[in-house]
Write a protein that binds this ligand. Structure first.
Ligand code: GLY
Ligand code: MN
Ligand code: MN
Length: 436
């Protein structure tokens, strides 16, 4: 993404913060996986959205109207010895040139410099609770100011939640953001196609996962979340990620996997028969989920509110399960008592962006939020019949199906970013095993 995109975001955010306010954003801390080994570092989404700076141990400060510089970045100093071990660092000098900071300082100087900036502020904009260790440091700086107590020392009067402002910006995707999401979607679709083509009985779930990892990595991308590769009864475990079972003929395989490109995620699920042919029961359930998916998609238009796609999916699933005799009672009763939740226990989607479950309020006050152009959400209805559910005939037990796509709200309706991945059951059957 170009530096100008980050500059535009900072200007927008600074307009919202206004003079007299100071925004403070910390980088994500590095995290230990085991002893000397760290998890792969991933910058905090809010921090990256504002800075485009991917290194740990950094703090961004936005001080609209500050005469000596509105955007201040604290970051690690250059250190040839450390860089021999851990790789290149930008350093404060380069941070000004490369990342558009008005001023940049070594992170080690923050205790001396930041209290002076906070002292000028009436309002501090900060997202409390996201990084607890940093919460304590910020409170420490403000406390230091209070305790100085010398006449003329000023302390900020208010703490305001920065995330409210920032997350509203993040909810509406710019052209550069939708371009990144299209790219993540394209590679994710290619990976699903590849996995479907090589799927056959006898493989282990992790062998399917390996196809995804190969396809993501050969495009320089990483998974946006732990891939879910659940065959047979594992398809009914919503957050399954063990991916260790050997697949058998007759199983369904549910794969929920997507990659991240330039900090933007794709989130896609397909469900298909391991041997390439749905059983009658599997196809019946699949077709209900597909109807729910189509009904939900139709409801993704500007002017509809957030809950309308879910409501449409619930109606289709309730109707379908009743038709199969898996739910009793009238449609009105099924919906009033939410008895469908035994089989469809999650919502039909979530915002999608830099975070897989992206930020942005789903309600404004008591009301569901209206869908508007530039928002991106998933549409992902599912039906999961627990393997041990003795209240349904045995032939239905252990069937789990989800179909998930990524959808951009446009001025006239919507665009499915992952449209080129087949959903139609015949097309899915034709693809499964075609390259094995
Ligand atoms: N992959 C997580 C989700 O579908 O929400
Ligand atoms: Mn998913
Ligand atoms: Mn999802």
């Amino acid at each position: 993404m170009k530096p100008a995109e980050f500059g535009k975001r900072r200007r927008q955010l600074m307009r919202m913060i206004g003079r007299g306010g100071v925004g403070v954003l910390p980088a994500a801390p590095a995290r230990v996986r085991s002893r000397d080994v760290e998890y792969p570092y991933r910058q905090d989404s809010d921090f990256y959205y504002v800075t485009g700076f991917a290194e740990p141990e950094a703090i961004a400060v936005l001080a609209p109207g500050r005469p000596t510089g509105e955007y201040i970045l604290f970051c690690r100093e250059r250190d040839p010895e450390r860089e021999t071990w851990d790789g290149a660092r930008t350093g404060p000098e380069q941070a000004v040139a490369l990342f558009g900071a008005d001023d940049a300082f070594p992170i080690g100087d923050v205790d001396e410099i930041l209290p002076g900036i906070l002292e000028q502020a009436e309002r501090v904009y900060y997202s409390m609770g996201a990084h607890p260790e940093f919460d304590a440091r910020l409170i420490g700086w403000v406390t230091t100011l209070r305790h100085r107590g010398s006449p003329g020392t000023h302390t900020p009067d208010e703490f305001i939640a920065l995330d409210h402002l920032l997350h509203d910006l993040r909810l509406y995707k710019s052209r550069a953001e939708t371009a990144a999401m299209r790219r993540a979607a394209a590679v994710t679709v290619a990976a699903h196609r590849r996995a479907m083509a090589c799927c056959r009985p006898g493989l282990y779930e992790y062998e399917i996962e390996a196809e995804f990892l190969h396809e993501f990595h050969r495009h320089g991308m990483r998974p946006a979340y732990l891939p879910i590769v659940g065959s047979g009864p594992n398809a009914c475990v919503l957050h399954y990620s063990t991916n260790g079972r050997q697949m058998r003929a007759g199983d369904l395989l549910l794969v929920d996997a997507g990659c991240e490109h330039d900090f933007y995620a794709a989130d896609v699920t397909r469900t298909y028969p391991v041997s390439g042919r749905f059983s009658a029961e599997q196809r019946a359930i699949y077709e209900i989920v597909l109807e729910a998916h189509a009904a939900a998609l139709q409801a993704v238009v500007p002017g509809n509110h957030w809950d309308q796609p879910h409501d449409a999916a619930v109606a289709a699933i309730a109707r379908g399960l009743r038709r199969l005799g898996l739910l009793d009672g009238t449609l009105a009763t099924i919906r009033r008592t939410a008895s469908y939740r035994r089989f469809f226990m999650h919502r039909t989607g979530h915002w999608l962006g830099m975070d897989v479950h992206d930020v942005g309020d789903y309600k404004v006050g008591e009301q569901w939020r209206m869908l508007e152009p530039g928002m991106v959400l998933t549409v992902e209805p599912g039906i999961y019949i627990p393997p041990g559910d003795r209240s349904v005939p045995a032939r239905w037990r252990g069937i789990g199906v989800r179909i998930e796509d990524d959808v951009l709200v446009t001025p006239t309706g919507h665009e499915v970013l992952t449209q080129s991945l087949p959903r139609d059951p015949d097309a899915v059957e034709a693809l499964v095993g075609s390259g094995a």
